[in-house]
Write a new protein. Structure first.
Length: 52
């Protein structure tokens, strides 16, 4: 199993000192290396198509 976790934002809740008003956590689970590789290739194809 492959697990990827990422966060974005600032959980400090000091909004008057520059903390972001949002804090987001994302989690993706893959059952196999093959599933992970398939998504990686689809992301690469999308980036090529969009010119990134």
């Amino acid at each position: 199993m492959f697990v990827f976790i990422d966060e974005s934002g600032d959980p400090g809740f000091k909004f008057d000192c520059g903390s972001s008003p949002l804090f987001v956590v994302a989690l993706v689970l893959f059952d196999s290396a093959g599933a992970c590789d398939a998504v990686r290739e689809r992301i690469r194809a999308a980036k090529r198509q969009l010119g990134y």
